[in-house]
Design a protein around this ligand. Sequence first.
Ligand SMILES: *Cc1c(COP(=O)(O)O)cnc(C)c1O
Length: 458
Amino acid sequence: MTDPERNRLRDLPSVDFVLGHLTKGVPHEMGVDAARRAIDEARALIESGAEVTRDDVARRAREFVDGALNARLQPVINATGVLLHTNLGRAPLGQRQIDAVVAAATSYGTLEYELASGTRGRRGTHIRNLVRALTGAEDAFVVNNNAGATLLVLAGLCGGREVVVSRGELVEIGGEFRIPDIAAAAGVTLREVGTTNRTRLADYERAIRPETAALLKVHPSNYRIVGFTAEASARELARLARARGIPFVHDIGSGLLRPWRDRPWLTGEPPVSETLRNGADVVLFSGDKLLGGPQAGIILGRSKIIDVLARHPLARALRPDKMTLAALEATLTAYAEDEPERLPLWRLAAVSQKELLARAERLCERLTEGASDVEISAEETEAAAGGGSSPARPLPSAAIVVATDEADEFAARLRMGSPPVVARIADDRVLLDLRTVFPEQDDPLVDALRSALAATRR
Ligand SMILES: *Cc1c(COP(=O)(O)O)cnc(C)c1O
């Protein structure tokens, strides 16, 4: 170490000095933390030969504080083409859903109250009636999410006993949700039958014993087993369960309320009412997947079973907030009024590929004005349902494609822009898939792309 370096180290400011240069009102612990980080960083810089003044250190500390204060949930433009992107919040809500949330949040309401009798009512009654009308279910119960629904059903219906499930259906949905882990947490023993690729009805038949509490079928939402395969159908399992006097539980993952036959990308997603018609005693699904609503877990089924679940202590632990229930009610109302395209999910999904391509071409024209080294084009792409739905079935779409030598850097620049844009990278090119971009986001998207392009050309 040279003498000037030693002097610079000695001149590093104290934590108190840096604290004195922060904006008033910064929480003390946050200020101390930022000051320490700034001083540590300055020490490392000096040791590597750089010059750092005391003012530089104070400025860095202020930046750390700003960063900590501004790290918040913020809107992004989803240009990934994944409609139900779990990391980006799955289904966006529409105006009527938001209005319902605001009304529920800002006022007292009939959350658990019967106006006619002036007595306590059951939370979720309004939704129960809507769901019954829409699906033909005897009864319904709503919890925080589908993982919670699975936990409640297993614990409430099968706790301390065995549940028979196929080895081909021991699903993991993104890290934290694994059927075997949920079963263990619910105090249920999974009795696995069949093999990964083939499970027959006879495998379930042989496995049923006095300890068996239910048969469970889980929709392989985010994977497909192809090739030499066999599975027992939901209808066969329902019949077997009935004959043996045990319930059949079907976790269908995504709550497809409308069996749109003209949308091939939905093939393989079991519609809710069909699942009930096939004889399931209990059906579980998420509120924020193909239903297009808020995060929730919806349990449909026989009144007797739902009553047992509603009284279980876990039901209280997993109960949804009034804002969730309000958004869910508005979501179901859109189906009841035969206007699912009021829901942003179905509005985005309904646009034709031709229309998306034309839009991508128009946006490209705006971007290539004065452009040079970076190649920008409009192309047909394949978008996806996501959120653990239809993994094998792409949704025809179109994208703005940016061909640059630095795809990763370009995508990072878009993410760090304002508003942040999350793109997809394929074959070293950056794709901005319009399937998931709202038309009113076209102008901000063009602005964000222009900034990123300008930084690239510099
Ligand atoms: C997505 C999914 C879950 C988990 O649902 P969350 O609402 O995310 O908790 C459970 N089971 C299946 C089959 C799923 O697809």
